[in-house]
Design a protein around this ligand. Structure first.
Ligand code: ZN
Length: 118
């Protein structure tokens, strides 16, 4: 395979970088043994991202439905073992626990994943 070198400007590079980051998603699943302190975890998530969950709710990445009862759920990327906090609905957070956690994978935007403290 031949390589083609394309030179781009700093501005084009930044735009490209922003575009990729905005569209990058990661495949995750709920963490099987997460403790139930999810109310405080959503505050942690908001503080770290600068985003705020609106009163009208968001699309829960786990079930894909618009939900207003949003918590900070623990999710993990099986490929890397990293653990993140991301907003999910209360229903999904309690449904996918223990052995159920392994049965359901979903996609979350990279920008919405905050690494969980150890
Ligand atoms: Zn959900």
């Amino acid at each position: 395979m031949s390589k083609k070198v394309v030179k781009i400007t700093e501005h084009q590079f930044k735009s490209l970088h922003e575009y990729i980051n905005a569209h990058l998603v990661r495949k995750v699943r709920h963490l099987e043994n997460s403790t139930d302190t999810s109310e405080t975890w959503i505050e942690f998530w908001e503080e770290n991202t600068g985003y705020k969950i609106p009163a009208e709710g968001i699309t829960c990445p786990s079930c894909g439905e618009t939900q207003t009862d949003i918590l900070g759920g623990h999710v993990t990327d099986d490929a890397t073992g990293e653990v993140f906090i991301t907003p999910v609905c209360r229903g999904c957070n309690s449904k996918y626990k223990n052995s159920q956690a392994f049965t359901h994978h979903f996609h979350v935007k990279e920008a919405y994943l905050v690494r969980a403290p150890r």
